[in-house]
Ligand binder design. Sequence first.
Ligand code: BEZ
Ligand code: FE
Length: 289
Amino acid sequence: MRSVTRDNITDAFAGYFGPKTDPRLRFLMVKLAQHLHDFARETGLTHDEWRKGMEVLRQAGDITTDERNEFVLLSDILGLSSLIDMLHSPQNGTSSSVLGPFHIAGAPPLPVGGDLKGDFAGEVVLVEGTVRDPSGSPIPGAELDVWQTAPNGLYSSQDPEQATYSFHGLLTTGSDGRYAFTTVRPVPYTVPTDGPAGELLNATGRHPWRPSHLHFIVKALGFRTLVTEVFPDDDPYLDQDTVFGVRDDLIMHYEPQPAGSFPEGFALSGKVDEAWSKVAFDLTLIRED
Ligand code: BEZ
Ligand code: FE
């Protein structure tokens, strides 16, 4: 098209595709162009504002490494990652939530009732529950990959002082579908703020905090893998997670337990004299299509 105008440029774009273009790619690109063009038209986007946007992308590229992806973080703080999660989250299973950048593969096996706390200080928290199918039946042999921050607010991959798999474990449910482990409370932490995502948060008067959470990846044969996080109901950032990961069904409660009441059957049994807390949280997987 030679007589391109501000009104027909979107149609011109859609008309430039080759005949062999994958239909889904074509659909996505046309929609992307429609929304980008409408965004520019509706806002009257200036050259300076466009240049600033391009600069944000350049800076994101500069700071991105194999370990750190600033583009994903930008998607997270814009709510795009969480929106995609919600679009594909099961209706009759536990909601999914963002994976985040701190998962490391290869966590060591942790027996049901095992301990993640090790020598770290802090009140013992016993987390337990059952992995179920949508009818409520337990799922035996489900694998739960669990990870969280240490009490200093850092994941092991961010902290040279921690062992590689500190606060990481891989549990497998028995015939009753039950999982259980001991730990300490994860703590709220900030997303990285030293790149353009941090600059954007700052410029828009937003804080970089996430509420404390336990991460889970739950896998079982014949079921859709669930990537999720679970948040305590008393966290100060529960209603303002900077990456929008909180869902109603992902909220847990620390139930205080008196000193001297820690039960048998755990790696820490006989070693916990103080008060402790209990979290009960069941996870529901949906069947694979
Ligand atoms: C996390 O939960 O670990 C996380 C998620 C999104 C951005 C940064 C961290
Ligand atoms: Fe996290």
